[in-house]
Design a protein around this ligand. Structure first.
Ligand code: 0O2
Length: 265
């Protein structure tokens, strides 16, 4: 790719002009840049911790369900942080103020978590359990399951604010959580690849095919959930118990015996 030249030097595609080799800079500018690097790293770390907090919450719900309710509503959890480079690209595109406070307020997808559930009812169940937690604030919800996008995209999106406790205080961090079923996820990842392959101008017959595939995926979700309820009557697949947590029958028998023994001093 050719980088356009201007009288002041090359400009990146997003309009940001690089400052050149750091070693050639005036020491005071270099000092400023070092401070900026520290501040930017601190900013990114807060998002990493925000993702860790919410991922832990999701992991706890998953384990609790698996061990106590013999049911696992979550198939897969993944997370990603936007890179510093793409954050700056978005700042330049949106024309937002480049202070960290302004970036924090206007770019809400720096931290993202995607949760793939077995069925649509699990998506809502998990969403309710998560957003019901008192330390999470729900800033925004976009329900593309009840109201799919025109292209057929389905998912439940929530912007959650989680407090991150650092050595010098608490920082509220925004984390975008996307919840969807396996079928919705399959469709979205294929659509994403197609979208980028055609550089956003997808031919209309491919768009029609995608819309039809989205409906098929939706029908599959409904059918699988109906079958699931019929076969398991609401409670589902039991994973192998984890013997470090779930006591065996022998342990329970021994505990019962100890409890019924007369106590001697
Ligand atoms: P990536 O690479 O997954 O991060 P905004 O993020 O505010 O600029 P918008 O549209 O207001 O954009 O937010 P919205 O609707 O909550 O969607 C944000 C994210 O949802 C996208 O992030 C995608 O991950 C996903 N998404 C939304 N619509 C579609 C769609 O039609 N197809 C697919 N495959 N994914 C979608 P990014 O940053 O676009 O992508």
């Amino acid at each position: 790719m050719t980088v356009p030249e201007t009288p002041d030097g090359p400009v990146q595609p997003d309009g940001v002009r690089p400052i050149g080799p750091l070693a050639a800079l005036d020491p005071s500018v270099l000092g400023d840049l070092n401070q900026l690097r520290t501040d930017f790293t601190r900013f990114m770390l807060q998002y990493r911790f925000g993702v860790d907090e919410v991922t832990t919450k999701i992991g706890i719900l998953r384990e609790e369900f698996r061990l106590l309710h013999d049911y696992n509503p979550i198939e897969h959890v993944s997370s990603r942080l936007k890179s510093p480079e793409s954050i700056i690209g978005k700042v330049a595109r949106k024309g937002c103020d480049p202070s960290f406070e302004a970036i924090r307020a206007s770019i809400t997808d720096i931290a993202g978590i995607r949760v793939t559930c077995s069925f649509a009812s699990d998506v809502y169940r998990l969403f309710d359990m998560l957003t019901g937690q008192s330390d999470l604030t729900v800033l925004e919800v976009k329900d593309y399951i009840r109201s799919p996008k025109p292209n057929g995209y389905r998912s439940l999106h929530a912007l959650l604010e989680v407090p991150v406790f650092l050595s010098d205080g608490v920082v509220p961090v925004i984390v975008e959580v996307q919840l969807r079923t396996i079928a919705m996820d399959f469709w979205a990842s294929l659509e994403h690849k197609i979208f980028y392959k055609y550089q956003r101008s997808v031919p209309s017959d491919v768009l029609d095919g995608l819309a039809e595939a989205a409906e098929t995926a939706h029908r599959l979700d409904d059918l699988m959930e109906t079958l699931h309820h019929r076969v398991h009557n609401g409670d589902a697949v039991v994973d192998r118990p984890d013997n470090t947590l779930v006591p065996t029958d022998d342990v329970l028998e021994r505990l019962r015996a100890i409890r019924t023994q007369p106590r001697t001093r």
